[in-house]
Design a protein around this ligand. Structure first.
Ligand SMILES: [Ca+2]
Ligand SMILES: [Ca+2]
Ligand SMILES: [Ca+2]
Length: 273
């Protein structure tokens, strides 16, 4: 191996990153096996499309797998002009984080995930636009009368729903009836990134949320008090797990000697200093 080929690996070790093509190619994700919690989620087109058709308390439809180190993309739309409430995504979600007593789930004691929600219009206690929040408690809310819903933490971004930041551009803009939006969402221990079409809507680090690292959990779709959400063509891609990747990069023969030589040089320099 020539030095020119060796060098990127040396740089990679120094920066704890590597340009090697370690991520899997994106694949279409059959959503038939995802997990519904609340709402009325139905699967169409052999798992290529899901719809949520209930004006319901907070509800999710999640992958049921660990989606840390992943990229999701796809499209969504609200297929009705009825109502003006919340759609969105959850990240780092664990089954039962929204506790539905009637569905036999057990209440989780350590709820902690991210919620990206998007409201179409202003309404009592709720602001139109997209935001990301850290959720640390059960946001299930019995009933859906105006009086109850508009007092819910997920409605107000209050209590167990701590709003972290509004989205760029979309933070003060509602979604549009019948409009199809493309999305790309990346979930890594060090960052969450969301693009809506060409808009870099959100980029959040754990430090902004009060964490040292984002945690394992599922990607999911979200609705609250809004019927007609349709999500299609979801593709999934696993991203390189950097620390593991670096440790498993095979060292070319001779490289350990190069590194040992560099270490000896450093010791000599320190002794001379
Ligand atoms: Ca509407
Ligand atoms: Ca409404
Ligand atoms: Ca509603």
């Amino acid at each position: 191996m020539t030095y020119a080929r060796l060098r990127p690996c040396l740089v990679a070790i120094g920066l704890a990153t590597c340009a090697a093509p370690l991520s899997a190619a994106p694949v279409n994700f059959n959503m038939s096996d995802w997990v519904a919690e609340g709402g009325n989620w139905t699967v169409h087109d052999a798992g290529n499309t899901v719809r949520q058709t209930s004006n319901s308390p907070p509800t999710v439809y999640h992958s049921g797998q660990n989606d840390l180190f992943s990229r999701y993309s796809g499209s969504f739309r609200v297929n009705t002009d009825d109502d003006d409430d919340f759609i969105g995504f959850v990240i780092g979600y664990t089954a039962g984080d929204i506790y539905y007593p009637n569905e036999g789930l057990q209440a989780n004691s350590d709820i902690d995930y991210l919620l990206i929600d998007w409201k179409q219009d202003n309404q009592t206690n709720a602001t139109l636009g997209m935001a990301i929040s850290r959720v640390t408690g059960d946001i299930y809310e019995i009933g859906n009368s105006g009086q109850i819903t508009v007092q819910a933490d997920a409605w107000k971004h209050d209590g167990v729903v701590e709003e972290i930041k509004r989205a760029d551009t979309l933070g003060n803009m509602g979604w549009v009836d019948y409009q199809t939006y493309g999305f790309t969402l990346e979930y890594l221990p060090s960052v969450v990134r969301l693009h809506i079409g060409d808009i870099a809507a959100l980029e959040v680090t754990p430090g902004e949320v009060g964490l040292t690292s984002f945690q394992a959990g599922s990607f999911g779709l979200y609705g609250f008090s809004q019927t007609g959400l349709e999500v299609s063509n979801v593709r999934y891609e696993s991203l390189p797990q950097v620390s593991a990747a670096v440790s498993t990069v095979p060292l070319p023969a001779g490289l350990p000697l190069v590194i040992a030589g560099m270490g000896a040089l450093a010791i000599l320099r320190r002794r001379r200093a």
